[in-house]
Write a protein that binds this ligand. Structure first.
Ligand SMILES: CC(=O)SCCNC(=O)CCNC(=O)[C@H](O)C(C)(C)COP(=O)(O)OP(=O)(O)OC[C@H]1O[C@@H](n2cnc3c(N)ncnc32)[C@H](O)[C@@H]1OP(=O)(O)O
Ligand SMILES: CC(C)C(=O)C(=O)O
Length: 513
């Protein structure tokens, strides 16, 4: 038995069967190119007989893909198979994938055919396909829920007709890993010519076990092809996720002992491309490609990873195409991660006492703010926090007017050193108008380096907006933060808060000099 595990990607066929994931020809082409960069062995590009659009998309993919085998699904009838062949003929290497259901339920209720009729149709369609190409895959739809002796008869017969790959799908995601693995093994034992074909698994995720079932089909059952999709896209709850199954086989090579040809560094780009194309967002805690898959937020883990990455990471972020893992500083972080970030930012605190003081301020801020940016740390170690008693500038009121097609206007009333100022300006937007109004009085000359808005409480339009403004003036960089349900007001507060910090720093320098 070979040590190579064939990766058959069906993102463009079964993946497209997800409600809402229909793709245009151009989108399919883009994903096919990425699949080729990933070095998948087989790209199932679609179902040629399903529509003229899908036929054209498969044809276009067949014409441009050079390194992977291109494949189309076809029902077990001559028309579907001919259509698949017509779409694929331009490819360097191509496969016809024909299928028919073999479970009693599907045969009786859906196909309305007897088992003998199904057997004969399976044989005839493989024979027909084999006259068109040497590479023919046969799938027994709902194979896992089929009566095993009948299924074995079908498999033996289609191998005799020339099928080179036999796929046993768990079409409805009903399998359990150990049972599925044993089912594949027993089935292969019952098929006398089983060694003449490559055995394949195709698992759905209805019970969340598609990856585990596929791996059991390989390890226990002896399958050497896995059918999968990027991000686990697919009919209902999806298919076996390619990135997970590939990284499992790679990471646990000690257990599986198999080679996969996938260029894993292309995984992240593939995942993003499929997510952007379909609009199916990848959940943050998704294995391998989730935003948090290589992120650490808790102090004990951060400390461990900084000392030896493998304490908490079984894969390298770089191996799936990320530049590095991520240490996310927040309220659960510890001193070691904080000190490491200071070092990365080039901040050299003189003593342990200074670090402890900065760390205490950091923890206090982290209790109020869900994510701590590098600029927050720069600001807090610069001791530019300003208490309300030190406030030189203070917002009193703000009004703004904006209407479609008109330039927004803002009027801001604020105090500066106790004196009240009223300033107005127009701007590109209400925020721009408000900040320009303030600047028309203060004339700080500061450069705006960063402006960002976050929702403090998520999930509703009633959230507070938190605005961070970073200003630079005379070699000093400060952050101002302001929050308010009205983001224009939050922006003015943040701007004045940054001006306060610049003012306070300037006063300190003047006092020292
Ligand atoms: C498990 C899977 O993922 S299977 C693949 C599922 N994917 C798709 O169905 C997407 C593409 N499908 C389509 O575009 C359409 O369903 C088509 C073009 C294939 C067929 O469309 P229609 O001719 O209008 O038939 P419809 O979809 O309503 O019904 C399917 C017919 O195919 C028959 N059929 C289903 N599977 C097979 C098969 N493997 N081999 C032969 N006939 C089949 C059904 O019994 C039914 O026949 P009937 O019309 O005599 O009752
Ligand atoms: C047609 C086959 C391979 C399939 O998609 C399934 O059974 O889920």
């Amino acid at each position: 038995m070979t040590d190579k595990l064939i990766i058959f990607d069906t993102t463009l066929r079964d993946g497209e069967q997800s409600p809402g994931a229909s793709m245009t020809r151009e989108e399919k082409l883009r994903i096919a190119r990425q699949l080729e960069r990933l070095k998948v062995d087989v790209i199932e590009a679609g179902f040629a007989a399903s529509s003229n659009g899908d036929f054209e998309a498969i044809k276009a993919i067949a014409d441009i893909i050079k390194d992977s085998t291109v494949c189309s699904l076809a029902r077990a009838n001559d028309r579907d198979i001919s259509r698949a062949a017509d779409a694929l003929r331009g490819a360097n290497a191509w496969r016809i994938h024909t299928f028919i259901a073999t479970s009693a339920l599907h045969m009786e209720k859906k196909l309305r055919m007897s088992p003998e009729q199904v057997l004969e149709q399976a044989k005839a369609s493989v024979r027909f396909a084999r006259n068109l190409t040497a590479d023919v895959e046969f799938s027994a739809e709902d194979g896992y829920r089929s009566e095993i002796d009948f299924l074995a008869r079908v498999c033996e017969a289609v191998i005799n007709e020339g099928a080179t790959t036999i796929n046993i799908p768990d079409t409805v995601g009903y399998a359990i890993p150990e049972l599925y693995g044993n089912f594949i093994r027993t089935l292969r034992e019952k098929v006398p010519n089983s060694d003449k074909a490559i055995w394949s698994v195709h698992c759905h995720n209805d019970l969340g076990m598609a990856v585990a079932n596929s791996l059991a089909g390989v390890k226990i059952g002896g399958a050497r092809q896995i059918e999968c999709t990027i991000n686990g896209l697919g009919e209902r709850a999806g298919n076996c996720a390619m990135e997970e199954v590939v990284m499992a086989v790679k990471t646990r090579r000690d257990y599986f002992g198999l080679d996969v040809g996938i260029d894993t560094q292309q995984i992240m780009s593939g995942s993003r491309l499929v997510s952007q194309t379909t609009g199916f967002v990848v959940q943050p805690n998704k294995a391998v490609v989730g935003a948090n898959a290589f992120a650490h937020a808790s102090g004990i883990h951060q400390d461990g990873v900084l000392k030896a990455r493998d304490t908490y990471e079984i894969m390298r972020a770089e191996d799936v195409g990320l530049s590095a893992n991520k240490i996310v500083l927040g309220k659960l972080s510890g001193r070691n991660a904080f000190k490491q970030r200071l070092q990365e930012l080039g901040i050299d605190l003189d003593s342990e006492a200074e670090i402890n003081a900065a760390f205490a301020k950091f923890k206090e801020l982290a209790d109020r703010k869900s994510e701590i940016f590098d600029e927050d740390i720069i600001a807090l170690v610069g001791d530019d926090s300003v208490t309300s008693e030190q406030e030189h500038f203070r917002l009193q009121s703000l009004s703004q007017r904006s209407e479609t097609g008109e330039r927004p206007q803002a009027e801001v009333v604020f105090s500066a050193g106790g004196a009240e100022h009223r300033a107005s300006s127009d701007g590109n937007g209400p925020v721009d108008a408000s900040l320009k109004a303030i600047e028309s009085v203060v004339q700080s000359g500061a450069e705006l380096l960063l402006y960002s808005v976050n929702a403090i409480t998520s999930g509703s339009t009633e959230s507070q907006g938190e605005v961070t403004v970073r200003l630079q003036h005379g070699g000093r960089v400060v952050n101002g933060v302001g929050s308010d349900p009205d983001i224009v007001v939050a922006s003015a507060k943040a701007y004045l808060s940054a001006l306060n910090k610049l003012q306070s720093k300037a006063e300190k320098v003047a006092a020292q000099g």
